[in-house]
Design a binder for this molecule. Structure first.
Ligand code: PHE
Length: 340
């Protein structure tokens, strides 16, 4: 049989074989059978050598185009069958491929973390270093070292979670003060962010745990004016506007004088957030009591300091106009997604 006839016969055999192919796997087998190293195409190429010299280019071209024809048949069958097989798999698995894809929602920081981070970065810029205190602390650091008299109501079972006779869940971040004083020489310029715990009835405005940032500065000649200036700068930076502050006398055993700081509300006429007073209560503050400096091993004759402590939940409630503190811990994704 001439090479030409062989080529024709091979083509018709291939086409018959191709017709009976039903799976992509079978196409792969067909490919190997016809186009593989020991397949008929390769054999035809070898046979070419025995042909007349002048016939060779033409026959060579024919064999090459046959090879291309086979391989393009195989590729298109493969594409078609792969597609069909995948569709079949989806239907069998009961996947509705017409459904829109599921959007992946990126995670984000919790609104309380965002507020903490904002405060921390402003205060760091103002020269304060971050120190962390323990959540479970001794009565000394949480109360006694801070000049709480032994019969102070805060130490009552009703207000404080007691772990043992002399250990409590810290009720405020002020527990960091004496610890830092013991370990450092003035000048001390520290902030202490963290979680605090109080044995209170949970309501829209208070929870059994919450976050505070404590700030304090101890050096020679630290004055009340320094506290004022620091407060004004911090609150203005946090709320991104010129903030007017107001200091109301208040009592905390660890400061003298002690006060509460209010900032002027943005409303002109009184609103729900400021409870129609025009002022927002934002933190406790004061000049560190000489007894507290002594507890920390610092000579109150040589040094003075100021301290303040602010509740982060409260700031976030104000900033985002959130009606209920419990929303922060319910982990409702619809709530959390609003804080990007
Ligand atoms: N520790 C006080 C509180 O939790 C706040 C405070 C801190 C007040 C520092 C004065 C000075 O209410």
């Amino acid at each position: 049989m001439s090479l030409l006839n062989e080529i024709e016969e091979l083509r018709s055999n291939f086409l018959i074989d191709l017709k009976s192919v039903e799976t992509s796997q079978e196409v792969e087998t067909l490919k190997v059978k016809y186009l593989g190293k020991k397949g008929p195409i390769q054999q035809l190429m070898m046979a070419l050598k025995t042909c007349e010299k002048d016939q060779r280019p033409k026959l060579g071209q024919l064999i090459n185009s046959l090879k291309q024809e086979f391989s393009s048949h195989c590729e298109s069958s493969l594409a078609r069958l792969n597609n069909q097989e995948q569709l079949k798999k989806f239907t069998e698995e009961k996947i509705d491929i017409t459904l829109p894809g599921r959007r992946k929602r990126p995670g984000r920081a919790h609104p309380i973390t965002q507020m903490l981070d904002r405060c921390i970065s402003i205060l760091k810029e103002m020269g304060f270093a971050v120190q962390h205190g323990p959540d479970v602390d001794s009565v000394f650091y949480n109360f006694e070292g801070l000049n709480f008299p032994p019969d102070h109501p805060a130490m009552d079972m009703q207000d404080t979670f007691w772990i043992s006779d002399d250990m409590v869940l810290r009720t405020h971040t002020s527990n960091v003060q004496v610890r830092v004083m013991e370990a450092n020489e003035p000048p001390i310029r520290v902030i202490a962010p963290g979680r605090c715990f109080r044995n209170e009835t949970i309501s829209a405005r208070s929870h059994v745990f919450f976050h505070q940032i404590e700030g304090f500065y101890i050096d020679a000649h630290v004055s009340f004016a320094d506290l004022l200036a620091t407060m004004n700068e911090f609150w203005s930076k946090l709320f991104n506007r010129d903030v007017q502050t107001r200091f109301r006398p208040s009592y905390f055993p660890f400061v003298e004088p002690g006060m509460e700081v209010d900032i002027k509300c943005t409303c002109k006429t009184g609103c729900r957030i400021c409870k129609y007073t025009g002022w927002l209560e934002v933190c406790g503050a004061g000049m560190i009591h000489p007894e507290v400096l002594k507890s920390g091993g610092i000579d109150p004759e040589k040094y003075s300091g100021y301290a303040w402590g602010m509740g982060i939940e409260r700031l976030a409630l104000l900033e985002y106009d959130i009606p209920d503190i419990r929303m922060f811990t319910e982990n409702d994704i619809r709530f959390l997604q609003q804080f990007s």
